[in-house]
Design a protein around this ligand. Structure first.
Ligand code: GDP
Ligand code: MG
Length: 284
């Protein structure tokens, strides 16, 4: 009998959830940034290994909401925890020991699913300084690919016996236009300074597959006219750089050449307005 189920990667912002998802799946699916709170929507990554299919969900970090977008992010993170068969609760090894998930997430009651504590970014702690973790915990370094097999062995034991839900070769469940929008946002996180990336949202206007290069047109939304000027940059330099960076990422995932056209537009205060959040897919 095979095993299959959902493993939620949970934890505070910036603990390495998205990086771990990518390392486990072996593909860059979830956007990663040194800036916290880059993940806004759950990303699903699949890994089928021998008799087990892991359905990983990388959710927004558990945080105190400051505005409407944060509320929808927190709701998505809590839903992911509630829906999982197993929760991998990530915490940096350098900040050992991890506080209880229920207190970090301010859960009213402990989650239904078993929680495994996974200490991340082990490469940042010299071996001589590494604490001895409980036998039921795991220590990983996603950037070095360390500890991943031991983590998978532990998670496997917690998954229910079930047929596979997806094709064993599949790595993603979300449409390519979702990833295209996310990679434009990831490029914005890389190339724009300070708080500006948090005001950026991306909408795919057109996605024409079945041709080479694949044609994608996207709108980069910001909240104010002054931000639009910065995103465009002198002579269009900045938006061009964002497009080039994003195109490389999309091409790597699609495995074909891509023509990416970006436009900047203002959607006033979109982070605080439910109608805008719905339109952008951030609220149900
Ligand atoms: P998330 O907010 O929990 O999804 O965290 P990310 O996956 O976006 O990672 C946050 C930051 O930590 C990024 O700059 C990553 O490159 C870095 N990071 C993640 N995993 C590791 C790791 O194993 N080792 C080191 N040194 N850095 C890591
Ligand atoms: Mg993330």
């Amino acid at each position: 009998m095979t095993r299959c189920g959902v493993v939620a990667l949970a934890g505070k912002p910036n603990v390495g959830k998205s990086t771990l998802l990518n390392a486990l799946v072996g593909e860059h699916l979830a956007i990663v940034s040194p800036k916290p709170q880059s993940t806004r929507l759950p990303v699903v990554g699949l890994l089928t290994r021998a008799d087990t299919q892991f359905i990983f969900t990388d959710s927004p970090g558990l945080l105190e909401p400051e505005y409407k977008l944060h509320e929808t992010m927190r709701a998505a993170a809590l839903r992911a925890i509630a829906d999982a068969e197993v929760i991998a609760y990530l915490h940096p090894l350098a900040a050992y020991p991890a506080p209880e998930l229920a207190s970090v997430a301010r859960l009213e009651k402990p989650p239904r699913a078993p929680v495994m504590t996974v200490y991340t970014k082990a490469d940042l702690v010299p071996p001589s300084d590494r604490p001895t973790v409980r036998p039921s915990d795991r220590v990983v370094s996603a950037v070095r690919g360390e500890g991943l097999d031991a983590l998978l062995d532990l998670l496997r034991d917690q998954l229910p016996e079930s047929p596979f839900h997806y094709d064993p070769d599949a790595m993603a469940t979300q449409p390519m236009r979702f990833f295209a929008a996310e990679f434009v946002r990831e490029a914005a996180f890389e190339l724009l300074q300070e708080e500006l990336p948090y005001s950026v949202a991306v909408e795919i206007d057109e996605f024409r597959e079945g041709q080479e290069p694949v044609y994608i047109r996207a709108v980069v939304y910001v909240e104010r006219a002054s931000q639009k000027g910065i995103v465009i940059g002198e002579g269009g330099r900045t938006i061009k750089a964002i497009g080039q960076t994003a195109r490389g990422k999309i091409e790597a995932l699609l495995g074909t050449r891509v023509f990416l056209e970006l436009h900047a537009k203002v959607l006033p205060k979109w982070r605080r307005q439910l109608s805008s959040l719905k339109r952008l897919g951030y609220a149900g």
